[in-house]
Design a protein around this ligand. Structure first.
Ligand SMILES: *Cc1c(COP(=O)(O)O)cnc(C)c1O
Length: 507
């Protein structure tokens, strides 16, 4: 394809994308295909001779679209939202064109510097404590001063000139990666501390005593972080609102200490995946600080809502955390992937993961205006993600983003009141954000059958969760284009299927 054809096809593609998104509600939200459906539709080998573009686009309709779950359909209410907006799609196109791999400042200065500023913008929208914001303390905006020595040992602390209270902000692909990195950094830090007191203790001897904690309601990625990090991860029971309280954590930690274990990490959740519950971080934070435990705050979904002053109190206590993460790719109109992370002490991360071969070093490394984001993540390469944040933040403005959050919360409230008005149903958790957990009063089996019917009809798409042993349906407001009439139609559909289900179970 040459530039001339690209111009033509590019314009066609923009039309195709706009048509797809604008007409999405006419498609069944959930695909009707069986596992393995695709293999029989395409050749078993890549073509030897070049094919033409028209053929490929025809196959998009024939092969791909039938197997798509349409996440941006206004009838998609499963999981949590995947953000999507036109400015983000355009910015991603530009990012594809620039096509840089921004592992270091020198690998594309704009890629690194825009990221630092965008995380500051976002931090300010969230009213994070001053110490989280890179650009506010002299030193040059977003500055991280990299120590000018080669550091390969994982356990040597690295001297740093930065203000010790300055948080370090960066973006990454997913919340799961943020959780894993925080756990690995915390593990590295505790090993260093234990060895400074007991130099004879080996790493494996320490590892088997380490214990991390998280809510029994936390996302599965937290448990996986424990598995990957090779440490014990204990699930902390929750209260009647599915949140972890300070007292519960404190008791467990003290007991474990008495038994000779080393508690070192707690992952709190603000907005759990099952029911959008909020752990009490203003109680939990001081306990973690006292007990020398790293507190990571996972606010993957709900974090975006803290840009609205009415929701910001839920983030109180963040000043006690060691790291904090939210996904603009869930609820802030920035297309996947884009996850924003703040870390309190940069040397905890760099000390854990810095390795520096000659080919990745560059002259400006010690200039004091440089961040090499590769030290903060598992992959070397990173995409130019901040570009889409920049486009979205500018095209919507803080007010536009707040309006998006508020609209989705009010749609959830509207759905909640429809459910509450029907005595056959119950609401299973407080509706605080854009998620409604509900069920038919009755057995789990009844609710499973209802969900089966909903899935089979493919008019709306939901997924379930378990709350204290009960099978619950989750109705999450997802699409940017969901309106009140969609919610009402969805509820009508659910009550119709409920009617059919109850009729049949009587017979
Ligand atoms: C969605 C979600 C995650 C996982 O997010 P990824 O970015 O896909 O890894 C983690 N934690 C919570 C609370 C979530 O809602």
């Amino acid at each position: 394809m040459n530039a001339e054809e690209f111009r033509r096809r590019g314009k066609e593609m923009v039309d195709f994308v706009a048509d797809y998104l604008e007409n999405l509600e006419q498609r069944p939200v959930f695909p009707d295909v069986q596992p393995g459906y695709l293999r029989s539709l395409i050749p078993t080998e890549a073509p030897l001779e070049p094919e033409n573009y028209e053929e490929i686009m025809k196959d998009v309709d024939r092969v791909i679209m039938p197997g798509i779950t349409h996440w941006h359909s206004p009838y998609f209410y499963a999981y949590f939202p995947a953000a999507s907006s036109y400015p983000a799609i355009l910015a991603d196109m530009l990012s594809g064109a620039i096509g840089c791999i921004g592992f270091s400042w020198a690998a594309s200065p704009a890629c690194t510097e825009l990221e630092t500023v965008m995380l500051d913008w976002l931090g300010k929208m969230l009213q994070l404590p001053e110490s989280f914001i890179a650009g506010t303390r002299g030193h040059g905006g977003g500055v991280i001063q990299v120590h000018n020595g080669v550091q390969t040992s994982a356990f040597q602390p690295i001297p740093f000139k930065q203000h010790p209270q300055r948080w370090f902000a960066h973006s990454r692909g997913t919340a799961s990666e943020a959780t894993l990195m925080s756990l690995l950094a915390a593990r590295c830090k505790i090993v260093r501390q234990v060895q400074s007191i007991n130099p004879e203790m080996s790493e494996p001897e320490i590892f088997i005593k380490l214990v991390a904690y998280t809510s029994e309601q936390s996302h599965s990625s937290v448990e996986r972080a424990g598995l990957i990090g090779g440490v014990m991860m204990k699930k902390v029971p929750t209260d009647s609102t599915y949140a972890v309280t300070g007292d519960t954590l404190k008791k467990i930690v003290e007991k474990d200490k008495e038994e000779g274990l080393i508690p070192f990490y707690f992952c709190a959740t603000l907005g759990t995946t099952a029911s959008c519950a909020f752990d009490h971080i203003s109680e939990l934070g001081p306990i973690c600080n006292e007990q020398n435990m790293w507190m990571h705050v996972d606010a993957a979904y709900a974090g975006s809502a803290f840009i609205c002053p009415e929701f910001r109190p839920l983030l109180n206590g963040i000043e006690f955390a060691d790291s904090f993460n939210l996904n603009p790719h869930k609820w802030l109109l920035v297309n996947f992937d884009c996850s924003a992370m703040w870390v309190k002490k940069r040397q905890d991360m760099i000390g854990a993961f810095k390795v520096e071969p000659l080919y990745l070093r560059h002259e400006n490394q010690e200039s004091g205006l440089v961040t090499d984001y590769r030290h903060w993540q598992i992959p070397l390469g990173r995409r130019f993600r901040s570009l889409k944040m920049w486009f979205v933040f500018r095209m919507y403005g803080l007010q536009g983003l707040q309006a998006h959050i508020r609209k989705q919360v009010s749609l959830a409230k509207e759905f909640e009141s429809l459910v509450r008005a029907d005595k056959r149903f119950e609401i299973c958790a407080d509706v605080i954000m854009g998620l409604v957990c509900f069920r038919l009063k009755g057995s789990n089996e009844l609710n499973q059958n209802l969900l089966k019917r909903i899935t089979k009809r493919r008019e709306i798409h939901l997924v379930p969760c378990h709350l204290t042993g009960r099978f619950v349906l989750r109705f999450a407001i997802c699409s940017r284009t969901t309106e009140s009439h969609h919610i009402r139609e969805a509820w009508k559909h659910i009550t119709q299927l409920t009617f059919e289900l109850l009729q049949e179970s009587i017979q």
